[in-house]
Design a protein around this ligand. Sequence first.
Ligand SMILES: Cc1cc2nc3c(=O)[nH]c(=O)nc-3n(C[C@H](O)[C@H](O)[C@H](O)COP(=O)(O)OP(=O)(O)OC[C@H]3O[C@@H](n4cnc5c(N)ncnc54)[C@H](O)[C@@H]3O)c2cc1C
Length: 542
Amino acid sequence: MKQEPVKSKRKNKVIASIAVASLLAGGAYEVNTLSAEPVGEKDCEPVSSTGNGLPDPNTITVQVDALPASALLTWRQKGGTINDASCLDRTSVHGIVEVKSAEDVANAITYAKQNRLKISMAGARHSMGGQAFYRNALVLDMTKFNKMSLDEENMILTVESGATWHDIQSFLHPKYAVKAMQSTDIFTVGGSISVNAHGMDHQAGSVGGTIRSMHVMLADGTIVEVSREQNPELFELVVGGYGLFGVILDVNIDIVNNDVYKTERRILSYQDFPRIFENDILPNENLGLFYGHLSTARSSLLDEMILYEYTRVDIGEADVPPLGEVSGIGLRRFVFNFSKLGRIPMDIKWLAEKYVEPKMESCTVVPRTQAMSEGEACLVSRNEPMHDSVPYLRNNLKKETDILHEYFIPREQFIPFVDGLRRVIQERDVNLLNASVRVIHPEDNFLNYAPGEMFSIVLYINQPVTAEGSGKMAEVTRELIDLTIDLNGRFFLPYQLYYTPEQLERSYPEIGEFFAAKDVYDPEGIFTNTFYEKYSRLVSKE
Ligand SMILES: Cc1cc2nc3c(=O)[nH]c(=O)nc-3n(C[C@H](O)[C@H](O)[C@H](O)COP(=O)(O)OP(=O)(O)OC[C@H]3O[C@@H](n4cnc5c(N)ncnc54)[C@H](O)[C@@H]3O)c2cc1C
């Protein structure tokens, strides 16, 4: 039976008061539009063919031949277009087929070879530069390839690559939890491995570090086991390999206990953060999850900072309720979309995060023995903050979209980076919606975004769906990449393809070797995506 969240009455009162305040503040704005649940996937009108080097989406109509291999495929769509979470990358494809088994993947490879097609794999399509598809390619929709099983003794989950972290958490709860994933749970395991994703567990590191082994289907249809011991070179290429070396089938990943955490937050200046991090956060082994938010309010832009801390506590036996979904979605969506409208709405959003959200927090874990309880502490299990599908970020607003950026900065360069970032945001009048700070450790995969100890700064930026909007976003992206490279940092690749080939080579000196290795493992170039097609011809493979 689903338990009523503790403090729900107080929470309802708080929700009601923010709703009233927001309604008043919103005034004439279309409250309904800003808070409306979207119908289907957002698919904006194309604005420019220059940004990602994408085709004119209206030019191609595909006739799928009635070849024998075609009949073996489960077509979700023949011809038509596909898009990603940016909504800016509508691309014509040969078709989309559903994958439910390794045999489906093998049949798709056979069909692609018979028809001289290329293949792209798509998970939740939350990469934002066409990394999960390519013009006229056959797209494998991996999202129904999602069975899983648990080896409790060795704390290993075996999972097919189309499963989302949301599915996995529901499977593992209440005893176990995911070790490393993004800060939200909507992504597939295959998509997460292919970008080497990272998130709130600042000690665990990235997803790649939690993989024991995986099965990968290569372009010739063979299935190989890859791990740090078996086929280690292929392992390093597939992790963060953007689906270019093979189709990840199933994976053995480490899991952890679903520990109980006491939640805390503190507000400070960004200038104090590196010191507090070194002295307080880093040495605290009981800190299970940690991240920061920098202010997006114009009055304290990228100066004020909220740290979110989840400290492991031993409270003996406790009632851990079933996992619920995020509450107050309509209101959250409204506050978020309203904040895009200018200085005052953005200030309201930051104030709400500072003062109202703590009061809305669901403190769900109840110790069985009061003597063992943490007094008035707010307790949650690890799965709860990680079980957020961010439905409030989805919207119906077809004339604007929100684009992610992420920059990896050596820890000692945090303050200069934030100062440079603030300058760009102010000079360019960028509509910055969120700025998060995460902790990144050195990675050992081939296309490595973190050669040393880094902080990552994740930005969520709003733009109009117009050629000017995308043009400005492209310029801002290149400026921020220059800033990052000057400070010996790197930028994250699953986002818009606005960077120059020179910026790619400076940020990832190994990119030429990475593309050369692709030629070895997939000589016919069966597996592809828009990122590869755009840049592999522009950088030297030496
Ligand atoms: C709102 C938002 C929040 C985000 N937060 C974070 C975050 O906290 N941390 C972080 O690290 N990243 C974050 N990202 C980026 C995200 O992790 C990546 O875009 C990730 O790839 C998304 O997974 P997906 O299932 O959507 O993959 P897709 O976008 O579908 O695919 C990504 C890549 O993986 C390949 N791929 C997919 N499945 C397979 C497979 N089975 N075998 C081989 N290749 C495959 C695709 O071809 C593509 O190249 C965020 C993105 C958004 C839009």
